[in-house]
Ligand binder design. Structure first.
Ligand SMILES: [Zn+2]
Ligand SMILES: [Zn+2]
Ligand SMILES: [Zn+2]
Ligand SMILES: [Zn+2]
Length: 227
Protein backbone atom coordinates (compact mmCIF):
# COMPACT_ATOMS: atom_id res chain seq x y z
CA UNK A 1 0.00 0.00 0.00
CA UNK A 2 1.33 3.44 -0.94
CA UNK A 3 1.08 5.58 2.14
CA UNK A 4 3.30 7.95 4.04
CA UNK A 5 5.61 6.29 6.54
CA UNK A 6 4.69 8.76 9.28
CA UNK A 7 1.22 9.68 10.30
CA UNK A 8 -0.08 12.31 12.61
CA UNK A 9 -3.07 11.97 14.85
CA UNK A 10 -5.53 14.25 16.58
CA UNK A 11 -6.54 14.37 20.24
CA UNK A 12 -10.30 13.76 20.42
CA UNK A 13 -10.59 16.10 23.41
CA UNK A 14 -8.61 19.23 22.51
CA UNK A 15 -7.84 18.76 18.79
CA UNK A 16 -4.04 18.90 19.22
CA UNK A 17 -2.18 17.18 16.38
CA UNK A 18 1.08 15.30 16.78
CA UNK A 19 2.76 11.98 15.90
CA UNK A 20 2.11 8.65 17.62
CA UNK A 21 4.78 8.96 20.30
CA UNK A 22 3.99 12.61 20.97
CA UNK A 23 0.33 11.72 21.42
CA UNK A 24 1.02 9.30 24.28
CA UNK A 25 2.88 12.10 26.08
CA UNK A 26 0.15 14.63 25.23
CA UNK A 27 -2.68 12.44 26.56
CA UNK A 28 -1.02 12.30 29.98
CA UNK A 29 -1.15 16.08 30.31
CA UNK A 30 -4.03 17.11 28.02
CA UNK A 31 -5.73 20.05 29.79
CA UNK A 32 -9.21 19.10 28.52
CA UNK A 33 -8.91 15.51 29.77
CA UNK A 34 -7.52 16.57 33.14
CA UNK A 35 -10.30 19.11 33.49
CA UNK A 36 -12.98 16.43 32.94
CA UNK A 37 -11.30 14.10 35.43
CA UNK A 38 -11.04 16.83 38.06
CA UNK A 39 -14.70 17.75 37.72
CA UNK A 40 -15.85 14.10 37.74
CA UNK A 41 -14.11 13.62 41.09
CA UNK A 42 -17.08 15.32 42.75
CA UNK A 43 -19.58 12.86 41.33
CA UNK A 44 -20.92 10.03 43.43
CA UNK A 45 -20.07 7.18 41.03
CA UNK A 46 -17.53 4.72 42.40
CA UNK A 47 -13.94 4.58 41.22
CA UNK A 48 -12.80 1.97 38.73
CA UNK A 49 -9.59 0.85 37.05
CA UNK A 50 -9.10 2.26 33.55
CA UNK A 51 -6.51 1.15 31.04
CA UNK A 52 -4.90 3.33 28.38
CA UNK A 53 -4.49 1.25 25.20
CA UNK A 54 -2.31 2.03 22.21
CA UNK A 55 -3.79 0.29 19.16
CA UNK A 56 -2.11 -0.03 15.75
CA UNK A 57 -2.31 -2.16 12.64
CA UNK A 58 0.54 -4.70 12.72
CA UNK A 59 1.64 -3.91 9.15
CA UNK A 60 0.32 -0.45 8.20
CA UNK A 61 1.51 1.38 11.28
CA UNK A 62 0.14 4.70 9.99
CA UNK A 63 -3.23 3.44 11.26
CA UNK A 64 -3.45 3.80 15.04
CA UNK A 65 -5.58 5.10 17.88
CA UNK A 66 -5.59 5.47 21.64
CA UNK A 67 -8.40 4.23 23.82
CA UNK A 68 -9.32 4.14 27.46
CA UNK A 69 -11.16 1.06 28.68
CA UNK A 70 -12.67 0.08 32.03
CA UNK A 71 -11.18 -3.06 33.60
CA UNK A 72 -14.70 -4.38 34.25
CA UNK A 73 -15.37 -4.76 30.49
CA UNK A 74 -14.62 -7.90 28.49
CA UNK A 75 -12.34 -8.55 25.52
CA UNK A 76 -15.53 -9.11 23.53
CA UNK A 77 -16.34 -5.45 23.99
CA UNK A 78 -12.93 -4.45 22.64
CA UNK A 79 -13.39 -6.85 19.70
CA UNK A 80 -16.70 -5.17 18.86
CA UNK A 81 -15.06 -1.74 18.96
CA UNK A 82 -12.20 -2.84 16.67
CA UNK A 83 -14.70 -4.28 14.22
CA UNK A 84 -16.74 -1.08 14.19
CA UNK A 85 -13.90 1.39 13.78
CA UNK A 86 -11.70 -0.61 11.39
CA UNK A 87 -12.46 -4.16 10.42
CA UNK A 88 -15.98 -5.41 9.85
CA UNK A 89 -16.68 -6.71 6.34
CA UNK A 90 -18.47 -10.10 6.43
CA UNK A 91 -18.72 -11.03 10.12
CA UNK A 92 -15.51 -13.14 10.11
CA UNK A 93 -14.14 -14.97 13.14
CA UNK A 94 -11.72 -13.10 15.38
CA UNK A 95 -9.40 -13.83 18.27
CA UNK A 96 -7.14 -12.14 20.81
CA UNK A 97 -3.93 -13.77 21.87
CA UNK A 98 -0.68 -13.16 23.72
CA UNK A 99 2.49 -13.83 21.73
CA UNK A 100 1.25 -13.34 18.14
CA UNK A 101 0.68 -16.22 15.67
CA UNK A 102 0.54 -19.53 17.57
CA UNK A 103 0.42 -17.70 20.90
CA UNK A 104 -1.95 -18.29 23.79
CA UNK A 105 -5.59 -17.58 22.86
CA UNK A 106 -7.51 -15.40 25.28
CA UNK A 107 -11.13 -16.08 26.18
CA UNK A 108 -13.39 -13.32 24.79
CA UNK A 109 -15.48 -13.41 27.98
CA UNK A 110 -12.49 -12.46 30.13
CA UNK A 111 -12.74 -9.14 31.94
CA UNK A 112 -9.77 -7.09 30.77
CA UNK A 113 -8.86 -6.11 34.36
CA UNK A 114 -7.90 -9.75 34.98
CA UNK A 115 -5.25 -9.82 32.25
CA UNK A 116 -4.28 -6.23 31.42
CA UNK A 117 -1.25 -4.66 33.02
CA UNK A 118 0.99 -1.86 31.73
CA UNK A 119 3.62 -3.23 29.34
CA UNK A 120 1.49 -6.16 28.10
CA UNK A 121 0.91 -6.43 24.36
CA UNK A 122 -1.86 -8.56 22.88
CA UNK A 123 -2.67 -9.27 19.24
CA UNK A 124 -6.09 -9.27 17.62
CA UNK A 125 -6.75 -11.35 14.51
CA UNK A 126 -9.78 -10.72 12.34
CA UNK A 127 -10.63 -13.13 9.50
CA UNK A 128 -8.43 -16.21 9.18
CA UNK A 129 -8.49 -16.01 5.35
CA UNK A 130 -7.46 -12.44 4.52
CA UNK A 131 -6.27 -11.67 8.01
CA UNK A 132 -6.11 -8.25 9.61
CA UNK A 133 -3.72 -8.15 12.54
CA UNK A 134 -3.95 -5.46 15.20
CA UNK A 135 -1.51 -4.84 18.06
CA UNK A 136 -3.00 -3.65 21.34
CA UNK A 137 -0.50 -2.38 23.89
CA UNK A 138 -1.48 -1.59 27.46
CA UNK A 139 0.37 1.67 28.07
CA UNK A 140 -0.90 2.79 31.43
CA UNK A 141 -3.61 2.38 34.05
CA UNK A 142 -5.35 4.65 36.52
CA UNK A 143 -7.96 4.34 39.26
CA UNK A 144 -10.68 6.95 39.11
CA UNK A 145 -13.82 8.17 37.41
CA UNK A 146 -14.78 7.56 33.79
CA UNK A 147 -13.93 10.02 31.01
CA UNK A 148 -17.22 9.40 29.22
CA UNK A 149 -20.50 7.54 29.69
CA UNK A 150 -19.22 4.69 27.49
CA UNK A 151 -17.13 1.72 28.63
CA UNK A 152 -14.55 2.65 25.98
CA UNK A 153 -13.41 6.17 25.21
CA UNK A 154 -11.56 7.14 22.06
CA UNK A 155 -8.70 9.44 23.11
CA UNK A 156 -6.91 10.05 19.82
CA UNK A 157 -6.73 8.67 16.29
CA UNK A 158 -4.51 8.94 13.22
CA UNK A 159 -5.60 11.50 10.64
CA UNK A 160 -6.81 9.74 7.46
CA UNK A 161 -3.99 9.33 4.94
CA UNK A 162 -4.40 11.40 1.77
CA UNK A 163 -4.06 9.93 -1.69
CA UNK A 164 -3.69 11.63 -5.06
CA UNK A 165 -5.64 10.77 -8.20
CA UNK A 166 -3.33 8.68 -10.43
CA UNK A 167 -4.86 10.42 -13.43
CA UNK A 168 -4.88 14.15 -12.64
CA UNK A 169 -3.15 14.53 -9.26
CA UNK A 170 -6.16 16.02 -7.47
CA UNK A 171 -7.24 14.66 -4.09
CA UNK A 172 -8.45 11.06 -4.54
CA UNK A 173 -11.59 9.67 -2.96
CA UNK A 174 -11.83 6.22 -4.61
CA UNK A 175 -9.79 3.02 -4.83
CA UNK A 176 -10.18 0.73 -7.86
CA UNK A 177 -10.62 -2.84 -6.58
CA UNK A 178 -10.22 -4.35 -10.02
CA UNK A 179 -6.74 -2.85 -10.55
CA UNK A 180 -5.84 -4.06 -7.05
CA UNK A 181 -7.15 -7.61 -7.54
CA UNK A 182 -6.06 -8.14 -11.15
CA UNK A 183 -2.78 -6.22 -11.37
CA UNK A 184 -1.95 -5.72 -7.70
CA UNK A 185 -1.70 -1.96 -8.32
CA UNK A 186 -2.99 0.65 -5.87
CA UNK A 187 -4.88 3.09 -8.13
CA UNK A 188 -6.77 5.93 -6.52
CA UNK A 189 -9.04 8.39 -8.33
CA UNK A 190 -10.84 11.68 -7.84
CA UNK A 191 -14.63 11.94 -8.33
CA UNK A 192 -14.26 12.98 -11.98
CA UNK A 193 -11.63 10.49 -13.12
CA UNK A 194 -13.24 7.49 -11.42
CA UNK A 195 -16.16 7.91 -13.81
CA UNK A 196 -13.87 7.64 -16.85
CA UNK A 197 -11.89 4.70 -15.46
CA UNK A 198 -13.39 1.74 -17.27
CA UNK A 199 -12.51 -1.30 -15.12
CA UNK A 200 -15.85 -2.15 -13.61
CA UNK A 201 -16.06 -5.90 -14.02
CA UNK A 202 -15.35 -6.41 -10.32
CA UNK A 203 -17.82 -3.79 -9.21
CA UNK A 204 -17.47 -0.11 -8.53
CA UNK A 205 -14.46 1.55 -6.97
CA UNK A 206 -14.67 1.75 -3.17
CA UNK A 207 -14.37 4.90 -1.03
CA UNK A 208 -10.99 5.63 0.57
CA UNK A 209 -11.60 5.39 4.31
CA UNK A 210 -9.38 5.63 7.39
CA UNK A 211 -8.80 1.90 7.89
CA UNK A 212 -5.94 -0.59 7.43
CA UNK A 213 -8.49 -3.07 6.03
CA UNK A 214 -9.10 -0.93 2.95
CA UNK A 215 -8.75 -3.14 -0.15
CA UNK A 216 -8.97 -6.40 1.86
CA UNK A 217 -11.83 -8.90 1.37
CA UNK A 218 -15.13 -7.05 0.95
CA UNK A 219 -14.27 -4.14 3.23
CA UNK A 220 -15.84 -0.79 2.26
CA UNK A 221 -15.81 1.17 5.52
CA UNK A 222 -17.23 3.41 6.84
CA UNK A 223 -14.37 3.32 9.44
CA UNK A 224 -16.12 5.63 11.87
CA UNK A 225 -15.99 4.86 15.61
CA UNK A 226 -19.26 3.64 17.16
CA UNK A 227 -18.94 6.50 19.73
ZN1 LIG B 1 -5.74 16.87 24.10
ZN1 LIG C 1 -14.84 -10.26 4.53
ZN1 LIG D 1 -8.52 12.78 -11.22
ZN1 LIG E 1 -8.96 0.04 -12.21
Amino acid sequence: MKTRAQSRGRCEFCGMETNKGGMVRHLQKCAKINDILERSNDQKSSKKVYYHLGVEDAYSKIFWFNLEMAGSETLEYLDAYLRAIWLECCDHLSEFNVGGWGGKTLDMETKVGVIFKPGLEITHFYDFGTTSETKVKILDSRIGKPLSKHPLTLLARNIAPEYKCVNCGKKARWLCMECLRENNTWETFCDECVEKHTNKEYGEAIPLVNSPRLGMCGYTGPAVPPY
